[in-house]
Design a protein around this ligand. Structure first.
Ligand code: APR
Length: 310
């Protein structure tokens, strides 16, 4: 038997934090790839040296090429530029299109059977780039946004009610942007509907703060964007795949008629297991929720059109 192997492209804030969490959970050997010479090698060696303290037996290597990534089971793509204050995720489109396109080409060459998890923004558009370049089936190209948006949402609900985050259940659908779709009607605290626990104004404020969750952190950090929660969310997806847990997580997936949309990556609940996206779960949305999802889909479609993928 061999250990699982995960490649993380982009050894910056999100990538290095992913590696850290994968190692601490002892999930897989890790290959960190970056264009900056020495940096991924240095971070990999440093992380390896925490093994004797944290008790994990893994191989962590850093590289500027792709030879080492050969035969990866899962590849997490974080390479790209992050947001600065005043920028929207969409402002990153052209730069990250080139980066994600180049990287995905290399990954497909060395790991043709890998499952790709896309993190680079604008997320839904970058999923289209990776899918287009690799021609991988939709089961094996999945975007990380919903898990993060949901984590932010649950955090705010738990903070507002003064309860454990463990007891907050809910989901955020849609694209990873201002038009994301939190679902208060489907949110509960230990089974009690959120709508019974908080007045509408408070729920509205939480929904608004969730949609603005990334920008709130960008404006505080000033030099980059969030990375702890994005990395933790990505690793939850990696874990569900490697352990074939079949968790139901909101992820960006290429819709094929589900929710009334086709050929568009958008955040919906999926079953994530060893084969990647094993199933898209279609939940019943009311007219308002469907309208919000459609609005979100339109925003994604505009960006995809601007990508001009041939
Ligand atoms: N190949 C490999 N690595 C690259 C490439 C490339 N072609 N181009 C850029 N990188 C690397 C950079 O050198 C940098 O180390 O990607 C890394 C990105 O790291 P950070 O700048 O720290 O950005 P981070 O906060 O990790 O965000 C990465 O995730 O959340 C999204 O919007 C965010 O798109 C951004 C991505």
């Amino acid at each position: 038997m061999r250990r699982n192997k995960v490649t993380i492209v982009g050894a910056g804030n999100v990538g290095a934090t992913c590696a850290h969490w994968i190692a601490s959970k002892e999930l897989a050997d890790v290959v960190l790839v970056d264009i900056v010479e020495g940096m991924p090698q240095g971070k990999a060696l440093d992380l390896m040296q925490s093994g004797p303290v944290e008790d994990f037996d893994l191989r962590v290597v850093g590289t500027n090429g792709y030879e080492e990534t050969k035969g990866s089971d899962v590849v997490v793509i974080t390479s790209g530029v992050p947001r600065k204050p005043g920028m929207s995720r969409d402002d990153l489109l052209a730069t990250n299109k080139k980066i994600v396109g180049d990287v995905s080409t290399q990954i497909a060459k060395y790991s043709p059977d890998a499952i790709l998890i896309i993190i680079s923004n604008p997320l839904d558009a970058m999923c289209h780039v990776a899918k287009h370049v690799t021609k991988f089936p939709r089961e094996r190209v999945v975007g990380m946004a919903g898990v993060l948006d949901t984590a932010r949402y649950k955090t705010f609900v738990a903070m507002e009610l003064g309860v454990s985050v463990e007891d907050v259940h809910g989901m955020v659908l849609g694209g990873h942007g201002d038009t994301m779709v939190p679902l208060p009607r489907h949110t509960s605290v230990a089974g009690i509907p959120l709508t019974e626990l908080l007045p509408k104004e408070k729920i509205d404020a939480i929904v608004k703060r969730t949609a603005n969750g990334g920008a709130e952190i960008v404006s505080l950090l000033k030099t980059g964007s969030a990375y702890y929660a994005p990395a933790a969310s990505s690793v939850a997806m990696v874990e569900s795949i490697l352990k074939d847990k079949k968790r139901v997580l909101p992820c960006a997936v290429l819709l094929n008629g589900e929710y009334g949309h086709k050929d568009l990556f958008i955040g919906v609940p999926v079953v994530l297991g060893a084969r990647g996206v094993e199933r898209v779960i279609e939940m019943k949305l009311n007219a308002d929720e469907k309208a919000m999802l459609d609005k979100s889909a339109n925003a994604v479609r505009e960006l995809v059109t601007a990508l001009k993928l041939e």
